[in-house]
Design a protein around this ligand. Structure first.
Ligand SMILES: [Fe+2]
Length: 213
């Protein structure tokens, strides 16, 4: 059986504790329990290339999370340990809903999932970083998704009003729902966890992309 590197396992462990604390909506709880149960089995680990983008200059500020919640500090600390291995990428498709500065002011990194440090299809765990005053485009995807937000910033689902989950805020995106986010005067940093293939017994989602968030 494959074993995870210690750094990645510690990240997964701390991510579970944080999600378990903050993801409280019933659908979020069901989803994250399925996600982290799947993650009890390690996938194929690959050596990360550690490719940053210029926007990653905002990372230190984004990760200086002001909270008294130890679980958030722990997951951020473990994230910092694996971050040098991550391959930060730009989203390849976006529409006019994105702000004009979007292209050079955002980056996504898959931690676990297609193109991540652990290559697997069933579960994706990743992060988005936005520079200040950036609007991420409306997007949707077949897998359901649970966010864990580490910054101030606003989010939107469907045609709903923008809302601020706050630091430690978490919410559930049902499959195919349109969603977006935008940073305020500070960088935005958020984790997302996607259940890309439902556990055996139910049929897998179709129409997968490898776009991550
Ligand atoms: Fe998403």
């Amino acid at each position: 059986m494959t074993r995870r590197s210690e750094a990645l396992q510690l990240f997964v462990d701390t991510a579970f504790v944080a999600y378990d604390q903050f993801a409280q909506a019933p659908e979020s709880r069901r989803s994250i329990l399925q996600i982290f149960e799947a993650l009890e089995t390690a996938g194929e680990e690959r050596p990360g290339l550690g490719t940053r983008l210029p926007v990653c200059d905002h990372l230190d500020r984004a990760l200086a999370v002001e909270t008294k919640q130890n679980s958030l500090h722990r997951v951020v600390d473990r994230f910092k340990e694996i971050e040098p291995l991550l391959e930060w990428r730009r989203r390849s498709n976006y529409d006019g809903s994105a702000s004009a500065n979007f292209v050079d002011s955002h980056a996504n990194a898959m931690i676990i999932g297609p193109g991540g440090l652990e290559e697997r299809r069933d579960v994706w765990l990743g992060v988005t970083l936005l520079a200040p005053n950036v609007r991420y485009p409306d997007h949707d995807h077949a897998p359901e998704e649970v966010y864990l937000v580490l910054s101030d910033g606003e989010f939107r689902q469907g045609e709903g009003a923008w809302f601020s989950p706050g630091i430690g805020g978490s919410f559930y995106n049902p499959p195919e729902i349109k969603h977006a986010m935008h940073s305020l005067d500070a960088p935005l940093f958020a984790f997302w966890a996607l259940l890309a293939e439902r556990p055996a017994r139910t049929r897998p989602f179709s129409d997968q992309t490898t776009q991550g968030n």
